[in-house]
Design a protein around this ligand. Structure first.
Ligand SMILES: [Zn+2]
Length: 134
Protein backbone atom coordinates (compact mmCIF):
# COMPACT_ATOMS: atom_id res chain seq x y z
CA UNK A 1 0.00 0.00 0.00
CA UNK A 2 1.26 3.48 -0.82
CA UNK A 3 0.53 6.50 1.37
CA UNK A 4 1.09 10.00 0.08
CA UNK A 5 1.17 13.11 2.25
CA UNK A 6 2.03 16.74 1.68
CA UNK A 7 5.11 17.82 3.62
CA UNK A 8 6.86 21.06 4.61
CA UNK A 9 8.01 22.81 1.39
CA UNK A 10 11.67 23.45 0.66
CA UNK A 11 11.87 27.04 -0.53
CA UNK A 12 9.15 27.42 -3.15
CA UNK A 13 9.13 23.72 -4.01
CA UNK A 14 6.29 21.68 -2.53
CA UNK A 15 7.36 18.33 -1.13
CA UNK A 16 5.26 15.19 -0.87
CA UNK A 17 6.18 12.15 1.18
CA UNK A 18 5.43 8.84 -0.51
CA UNK A 19 5.69 5.83 1.78
CA UNK A 20 5.18 2.21 0.86
CA UNK A 21 3.47 0.53 3.81
CA UNK A 22 3.31 -3.20 4.30
CA UNK A 23 0.00 -4.89 4.96
CA UNK A 24 0.15 -7.58 7.61
CA UNK A 25 -2.28 -10.45 7.97
CA UNK A 26 -3.19 -12.40 11.07
CA UNK A 27 -4.03 -16.08 10.62
CA UNK A 28 -5.45 -16.58 14.10
CA UNK A 29 -8.99 -17.87 13.44
CA UNK A 30 -10.71 -15.85 16.20
CA UNK A 31 -8.84 -12.61 15.47
CA UNK A 32 -11.24 -9.68 15.00
CA UNK A 33 -8.67 -7.71 13.01
CA UNK A 34 -7.59 -9.92 10.15
CA UNK A 35 -5.22 -7.42 8.58
CA UNK A 36 -3.56 -4.17 9.44
CA UNK A 37 -1.24 -1.69 7.77
CA UNK A 38 2.22 -0.81 8.99
CA UNK A 39 2.32 2.46 10.95
CA UNK A 40 4.77 5.11 9.76
CA UNK A 41 5.56 7.89 12.23
CA UNK A 42 5.51 11.04 10.04
CA UNK A 43 2.21 10.12 8.38
CA UNK A 44 -0.80 9.22 10.50
CA UNK A 45 -3.42 6.73 9.36
CA UNK A 46 -5.33 8.20 6.44
CA UNK A 47 -3.55 11.55 6.82
CA UNK A 48 -2.94 13.68 3.75
CA UNK A 49 -0.23 15.79 5.38
CA UNK A 50 2.81 15.04 7.50
CA UNK A 51 2.92 15.89 11.20
CA UNK A 52 5.57 18.54 10.43
CA UNK A 53 3.29 20.22 7.89
CA UNK A 54 0.41 20.03 10.37
CA UNK A 55 2.54 21.97 12.87
CA UNK A 56 3.56 24.54 10.24
CA UNK A 57 -0.05 25.07 9.08
CA UNK A 58 -1.17 25.59 12.70
CA UNK A 59 1.54 28.22 13.27
CA UNK A 60 0.81 30.02 9.99
CA UNK A 61 -2.89 30.31 10.83
CA UNK A 62 -2.74 30.75 14.61
CA UNK A 63 0.44 32.74 15.14
CA UNK A 64 1.01 34.48 11.80
CA UNK A 65 -2.73 35.14 11.36
CA UNK A 66 -2.80 34.03 7.71
CA UNK A 67 -6.23 33.11 6.29
CA UNK A 68 -7.09 29.40 6.37
CA UNK A 69 -7.90 29.33 2.64
CA UNK A 70 -4.57 30.94 1.73
CA UNK A 71 -2.55 28.53 3.88
CA UNK A 72 -4.49 25.56 2.48
CA UNK A 73 -3.80 26.68 -1.09
CA UNK A 74 -0.11 27.28 -0.35
CA UNK A 75 0.36 23.75 0.96
CA UNK A 76 -1.98 21.99 -1.49
CA UNK A 77 -4.30 20.73 1.23
CA UNK A 78 -8.03 21.19 1.75
CA UNK A 79 -9.54 24.01 3.79
CA UNK A 80 -10.97 21.50 6.27
CA UNK A 81 -7.57 19.88 6.83
CA UNK A 82 -5.89 23.27 7.37
CA UNK A 83 -8.59 24.34 9.79
CA UNK A 84 -8.41 21.04 11.67
CA UNK A 85 -4.64 21.47 12.08
CA UNK A 86 -5.18 24.95 13.52
CA UNK A 87 -8.08 23.89 15.76
CA UNK A 88 -6.11 20.92 17.08
CA UNK A 89 -3.22 23.17 18.07
CA UNK A 90 -5.57 25.78 19.56
CA UNK A 91 -7.28 23.14 21.72
CA UNK A 92 -3.88 21.96 22.89
CA UNK A 93 -2.70 25.49 23.82
CA UNK A 94 -5.99 26.54 25.43
CA UNK A 95 -6.08 23.33 27.47
CA UNK A 96 -2.85 24.16 29.27
CA UNK A 97 -3.09 25.71 32.75
CA UNK A 98 -2.24 29.41 32.92
CA UNK A 99 1.15 30.55 34.20
CA UNK A 100 0.99 32.09 37.68
CA UNK A 101 0.75 35.90 37.65
CA UNK A 102 4.18 37.51 38.18
CA UNK A 103 3.17 41.20 38.16
CA UNK A 104 -0.28 42.59 38.75
CA UNK A 105 -1.06 46.25 38.01
CA UNK A 106 -3.58 48.72 36.69
CA UNK A 107 -3.68 49.81 33.09
CA UNK A 108 -3.09 53.48 33.92
CA UNK A 109 -1.23 55.57 31.38
CA UNK A 110 -1.79 59.13 32.72
CA UNK A 111 1.26 60.97 34.02
CA UNK A 112 1.42 64.02 36.23
CA UNK A 113 -1.55 65.91 37.63
CA UNK A 114 -5.03 65.16 36.28
CA UNK A 115 -6.25 67.73 33.73
CA UNK A 116 -9.50 69.55 34.34
CA UNK A 117 -12.11 68.83 31.71
CA UNK A 118 -12.85 65.73 29.71
CA UNK A 119 -10.77 64.27 26.98
CA UNK A 120 -12.42 63.30 23.73
CA UNK A 121 -11.65 59.70 22.97
CA UNK A 122 -11.33 60.06 19.19
CA UNK A 123 -9.22 63.19 18.96
CA UNK A 124 -7.54 63.32 22.34
CA UNK A 125 -8.32 67.06 22.45
CA UNK A 126 -9.17 68.56 25.80
CA UNK A 127 -12.62 70.11 26.25
CA UNK A 128 -13.03 72.24 29.39
CA UNK A 129 -16.13 71.42 31.39
CA UNK A 130 -15.77 73.75 34.37
CA UNK A 131 -16.35 77.52 34.29
CA UNK A 132 -17.32 77.78 30.62
CA UNK A 133 -20.83 77.81 29.20
CA UNK A 134 -22.11 75.12 26.94
ZN1 LIG B 1 -4.73 -11.11 15.06
Amino acid sequence: MTARAEHVPVGLSPIALVVHKRRWYCDTPWCAQNSFTEQVAPIGDGARMSESLRDLVAVEIGDQLRPVAEVAATHRIGWQAAHAAFAGRADEVLGRPLEPVAVLGLDETRRGRPATGSRRMATGSLRPTLGTPG
